[in-house]
Design a protein around this ligand. Structure first.
Ligand code: M6R
Length: 594
């Protein structure tokens, strides 16, 4: 959460930073700020306020030349979103400016132990960092003062720092929060995500925890906390600029829903040779060697993990558990003798997952990350990783990553199954069927207009459809703010049915032949109590009045299909309410604080 961008070089720092911040706005967007060096008269200027990067752009002075700056887009943790709490934060005398992504757990203790005399302008933990650096800089070099500060900080941080006494240097450091440096012919970018470097840098270096980097326009030096130079490798940036733009679509979410068939075909192209699965043998072996799989994830990725459990258990006969990362991190269940941990994360940066990874690595357990970002922390730090190849997902509401994660889980499970289906053909069928749903999106738009008129809604289903309901309800609530829950249909009459009143919207997902009748009877129960029902069913189990009918596919893959109308339902519900679909309130795409 929070995005930081810094630049030093010979190009226009303001343009690079503002553009970078726009690309990182998915990380948080309640306030934004920038500090720029005015090369014309050797002064520094700060522009910051509550609101989006577009507002920051309006309040930024474009009249002078600037080749050094740092910027921030915020997701508030300490202090309400307002002008004063926006970053950059500055030190006592205003000598140092700092932008920060992360949370400093011991900032109050640091005030008591080191900064009793300081006066603080903001409510942020970040301001403490700026004050500490300044305090230490009176008796040591700036590099030492920053590293000394790092040694005192507990928690997570990615920082970009400017010393106004020296406009020829930019400093950065990190622990737990992601930070990369982008290297190009005309300068160096530091950023929370490589996306901010695209177009300005050809190569990038992901920084390790507890490293510090000192940059002048042309060169940089990465050090550990005691100042010893750390070896590093520059990697090529291969993100396509086109992929991070909306193109003809009004929203990234709409673009990403529509991209799902292409993503699935991309996965098929990359992970199959003819009808045979192409997978790193070591990964297959790691799964084979384990006596139980522990899937650890959050949000949508956890919902994909629930389908993953069905796939591993039903296709490959491997016992599998699914855990919420934030719970698992501090409440380890009884583990089997040879567990394999599978981390599923679109971003590969979710702090809750990282906490588990660090913990299980320390205990010597093996791990596999399934992610969309091959350069991410979780991809780098796990023993193995598999890329879901969904292309950049920008909208906060995850769509194409979910279906891509399920496809990858199916490929992993299939490798260890009796191969009773032709996986390539089955996945190709799903891609075609997704297109059939996408063609009907105007019809879904109309349905939503008449149907979702209340402040609440329920999704119900059984078995694998229940997990589909969890994902479908998460989509609807996070962008339309309609209070939506997904329920196991049979569980309704054990309490929740008390909430059903005249015209309460209830959406049922029905795709499994063996339990379709049971869900239908639960649907009748809510109908008799006044609910307004809508059914998403597969052709094989549909009934004449069902509103949305999708093609039949291999039953365990039906969640990849039934979720597509649910994604459209969420999209149009938010559109009709006039909400900011790609950046829903209070949320951020990449949750890098625990
Ligand atoms: O990047 P990750 O997959 O680890 O993110 C996990 C969740 O934060 C994420 O899926 C979140 O629930 C989405 N906003 C859902 O659309």
């Amino acid at each position: 959460m929070c995005g930081i961008v810094g630049y030093i070089g010979t190009e226009d720092a303001r343009g690079i930073i503002l553009n970078g911040l726009k690309r990182l706005e998915y990380r948080g967007y309640d306030s934004a700020g920038i500090t720029l060096f005015n090369g014309d008269d050797d002064t520094f200027h700060v522009y910051k306020d509550k609101g989006r990067v577009a507002h920051l752009e309006e309040i930024t002075d474009f009249s002078y030349r600037s080749v050094l700056g740092i910027g921030h887009t915020r997701w508030a943790t300490h202090g309400v979103p307002n002008q004063i709490n926006s970053h950059p934060q500055s030190s006592d005398s205003g000598r140092f400016f700092v932008v920060h992504n992360g949370v400093i757990d011991n900032y109050k203790e640091l005030i008591t132990s080191h900064l009793n005399e300081s006066v603080f302008a903001s409510d942020t933990d970040t301001e403490v960092i700026a004050h500490l650096i300044e305090k230490f800089s009176y008796r040591m070099s700036v590099s030492e003062a920053i590293r000394k500060t790092m040694s005192l900080l507990e928690g997570s941080y990615a920082l970009a720092i400017i010393d106004t006494y020296n406009p020829y240097k930019l400093y950065a450091c990190k622990n737990k929060s992601p930070l990369v440096i982008g290297v190009g012919d005309n300068g160096v970018v530091v950023a929370s995500d490589v996306m901010a470097c695209v177009g300005y840098s050809d190569k990038f270096v992901p920084l390790e925890d507890k490293t510090f980097v000192e940059i002048d326009g042309a060169t940089y030096r990465i050090m550990d906390i005691i100042g010893k130079v750390v070896p590093h490798v520059e990697k090529p940036i291969d993100v396509d600029y086109f992929n991070i733009e909306k193109g003809e679509y009004s929203h990234f979410m709409l673009k990403e829903i529509n991209e799902q068939p292409a993503v699935l075909r991309n996965i098929i192209g990359a992970y199959f040779d003819g009808d045979e699965v192409l997978l790193n043998g070591e990964i297959q072996q790691a799964i084979r060697d384990s006596d139980r799989l522990y899937i650890v994830a959050a949000g949508t990725s956890m919902n994909a993990g629930q389908i993953g459990r069905e796939l591993f258990e039903k296709m490959a006969g491997i016992p599998t558990e699914v855990h919420i990362a934030s719970e698992f991190a501090y409440n380890l269940p009884l583990l089997s003798k040879n567990p394999l941990f599978i981390f599923i994360s679109q971003s590969g940066e979710t702090a809750d997952l990282r906490a588990v990874l660090v913990n299980i690595k320390a205990k010597g357990y093996r791990s596999l990350t399934i992610t969309n970002v091959k350069t991410s922390t979780l991809a780098r730090e796990a023993d193995h990783f598999v890329e879901i190849l969904a292309g950049p997902e920008i909208a906060v509401a995850s769509t194409k990553a979910y279906t891509a994660q399920i496809a990858i889980l199916a490929i992993l499970a299939y490798g260890l199954s009796d191969k009773h289906i032709n996986l390539r053909k089955e996945l190709s069928k799903v891609a075609i069927s997704m297109e059939n749903i996408i063609d009907k999106r105007d019809y879904i738009d109309k349905l939503v207009k008449d149907y979702l008129t209340k402040r609440n809604c329920f999704y119900i289903g059984r078995g694998i459809d229940y997990y589909g309901c969890l994902e479908s309800s998460l989509k609807l609530k996070e962008i339309s703010y309609i209070q939506t829950e997904g329920f196991a249909a049979g569980e309704l009459k054990h309490g929740t049915i008390a909430l059903i009143e005249q015209d309460t919207p209830v959406i049922a997902i029905i795709s499994q032949r063996a339990i379709a009748k049971n869900t239908r009877s639960n649907l009748n129960e809510v109908k008799s109590r006044g609910a307004k029902t809508l059914v998403i069913a597969t052709r094989g189990v549909h009934e004449p009045d069902d509103q949305i009918v999708v093609d039949d596919v291999y039953e365990l893959f039906s969640p990849m299909l039934t979720v597509v109308p649910a994604q459209f339902i969420a999209y149009y519900a938010a559109l009709h309410r006039g909400y900011d679909i790609d950046k829903p309130r209070n949320l951020a795409k990449s949750v890098t604080v625990e």
